[in-house]
Design a protein around this ligand. Structure first.
Ligand SMILES: [Mg+2]
Length: 184
């Protein structure tokens, strides 16, 4: 069943912090299940694990993060990956580490990550936007927002990630199907 999760763009105020999950949000695999760290760069320039398997981000991710950063948005990671060194290594090798001022990567209920982000940034939940493929995480974080501060913490699935640009910067990336794009 599809369910709209966004308010109309006109209701939206610019987010002070944009938070991304990692597995199946920025890259199409699960670090703890599909890969075995440490990672390295092959002679062909691919990011590989110890077994030589090649890993990539979703193709639009670097451009997306670069565009958001260059437009003044603060970005953060909130991930429950257990292989913490592996996750950091991938961020580095994929060339996207520098886009994230804050990184909360450890196995825990995702609300813990968000409390830490609020503590470190001083940004309230209702100024954060959240992208995650996992309904459980989305549910937990959304509840946190609702119970704590009527938060407008949003989410989407990975294949809609390019629509983030349309959403956070509608003046630059006009999209007439924003509501549709963010249905899950
Ligand atoms: Mg995920």
């Amino acid at each position: 069943m599809q369910r709209p999760v966004l308010h109309h763009v006109e209701d939206w105020k610019k987010p002070a912090l944009i938070v991304f999950d990692l597995d199946f949000t920025l890259w199409p695999f699960r670090v703890d299940k599909s890969a075995k760290s440490p990672f390295s760069v092959s002679k062909k320039g691919n990011v590989i694990d110890v077994r030589g398997r090649v890993f990539k981000t979703f193709p639009e991710v670097s451009q997306l993060l670069m565009t958001l950063t260059s437009n003044g948005y603060n970005l953060a990671v909130a991930s429950r990956i257990k292989d913490i060194p592996g996750a950091y290594q991938l961020l580095q090798l994929f060339g996207i580490m520098q886009y994230f001022q804050y990184k909360e990567i450890y196995p825990s209920v995702k609300t813990v990550h968000f409390y830490q982000l609020r503590r470190k940034t001083g940004i309230e939940f209702d100024r954060m936007i959240f992208f995650d493929d996992d309904r459980r995480n989305v549910r937990d974080v959304s509840r946190l927002g609702v119970t704590r501060s009527q938060a407008h913490i949003k989410h989407c699935s990975h294949h809609k990630i390019v629509s983030i640009l349309s959403y956070v910067m509608p003046e630059k990336f006009a999209c007439t199907k924003i509501q549709k794009a963010y249905e899950i």
